[in-house]
Design a protein around this ligand. Sequence first.
Ligand SMILES: [Zn+2]
Length: 153
Amino acid sequence: MDTSPLTAAFAAAQTLAGLVKRLADDQADVLANDHLIAIQSAVIDLQGKLLAAQAVENDLLAEIASLKAKLRFNDYEPVRTPDGAFILRLKPAVAEAAGLPPHAICHVCAERGVLAYLHREDSSSADTHYHWYRCLTCGRSFADSTTPELGPV
Ligand SMILES: [Zn+2]
């Protein structure tokens, strides 16, 4: 079974502590010199294992940050827009439970881990009324004429 870098570092530290104790107990200079060389070797080994443990810790912290970033989008569900794209709408049950206003976010920005609210924009003339959502982060627009249940953002 492989040992973790942290476990290996602790074992190396124990070896080092044992060598120091033997050095302190030794009365003969020749043996003390041998123990000093062994201690230097153990210190180098310990430093290598600590660096490996630090790399593992950094990888784990990056993974945790990535998972936290993904979790923030679990409260949203994809909704197809009339132009065939998708927006991510806050799930109605979440909005009600958390007391949040209905809103949608940009799925393109969400793929990059960015929570970007979509802003509602309108264009009206005498015969037509058209509204859409625009992401101010990436600049994309999403037609909204068939998703009036979203309400204003
Ligand atoms: Zn966007």
